[in-house]
Design a protein around this ligand. Sequence first.
Ligand code: FDA
Length: 389
Amino acid sequence: MTYDTIILGAGAAGMMCAAHCSGRVLVIDHAKAPGEKIRISGGGRCNFTNIHAGPGNFLSRNPHFCKSALARYTQWDFIDLVGRHNIAWHEKTLGQLFCDGSSKQIIRMLLDEMSGAGAVLWVQTSLRDLRKTESGFALEVERDGQRQHLTCTNLVLATGGKSIPKMGATGLAYDIARQFGLRMTETRAALVPFTFSDGRFRDLSGVSLPVRLSNDRASFDEALLFTHRGLSGPSVLQLSSYWREGEAIRVNLIPDLPLLDLLRAQRQSAGRKALTTELARHLPARLVDYLCRVIPMSGKLADQSDAKLTELTSALSAWQLVPSGTEGYRTAEVTLGGIDTDDLSSKTMEAKDVPGLYAIGEAVDVTGWLGGYNFQWAWSSGHAAGVAI
Ligand code: FDA
């Protein structure tokens, strides 16, 4: 069978691309159903975009690469599409938009858009062989136990990254990119919890608080969650994308609290109160118990000199920790790095040296922050390739 375009991967980017392609289009996926990551995203409500999305929210070796696609298909275009399909949504926090109902509505919408454009979807279909031909590509796929030979002029790599292999994530896009001579940037798990091999936070598991989490490259003001294995929560997931093995992170436990002034005032009016009792009014009590073991603090408020209080508040605002590692691809929301953008056109996502080969979505070295940015990249890059084809 001959198609104008075959899209490998019926995820966010692949379906969006299929909805905008012209000609005979086939979308192939090895999973049982399309859009599985959309289905589980945002706790089942899909954080489908972010109203603040812009190039500054993306990591890539070439930070300029994402600009063109993001500008030509913006968060407002996707919000408009969602509106046309009568999907109700709300802003949760920090510009993050979620469905009021279910993430399945987004999958249904994309399937409707795809079939409206005449695209055909084959699930439970695996690629067995791929070759370049004079006029395009020849593929051998396995479907229902049968091998089938397909040819196409355009081949779109939309099989995503390596995160959550249990859900069917593979490195297929990277392998094909390499097969055709495209370069890769280093890939690693991102938007992922930190682990501490000594289990030091086990007793704090479940404690959560707003913090400023930073290293020398980035800083995020969001919640931190202690877990059995280490640290999680939005601030941690965000910073993980900017973290390298062996590096320290800084936790400001009192980012918006004038704690020094408050302690001084309490020393004046309630000097007999224990310092830790006063701290537990501002920080979770279990955390204060833990901190007593790592930051010197004891005695009554009246016993604390200005110098001691200053030392304490400085320690609480710059708690240094060195994670042992991350949870890895098992739980990571995304893969950082991927197909090198130097080898792709930022306007069309087509490989510069392989006419007809396109790469979109998470497979490309463009990684968004937590908060709907990764889906926006999938929509924008899928659209860019779709309209070009
Ligand atoms: P995606 O992974 O969506 O699709 C790839 C498709 O290719 C899949 O259908 C897969 O089955 C198929 N495939 C893979 N290997 C194949 C092979 N060898 N042969 C055939 N098919 C193959 N982002 C966001 O913006 N908001 C959010 O709320 C969330 N939430 C979230 C939760 C969780 C738990 C995860 C893991 C991730 C998120 N994300 C997110 C990230 C977001 O899901 C992700 O960035 C996009 O789905 C990427 O879209 P793609 O289409 O590139 O890949």
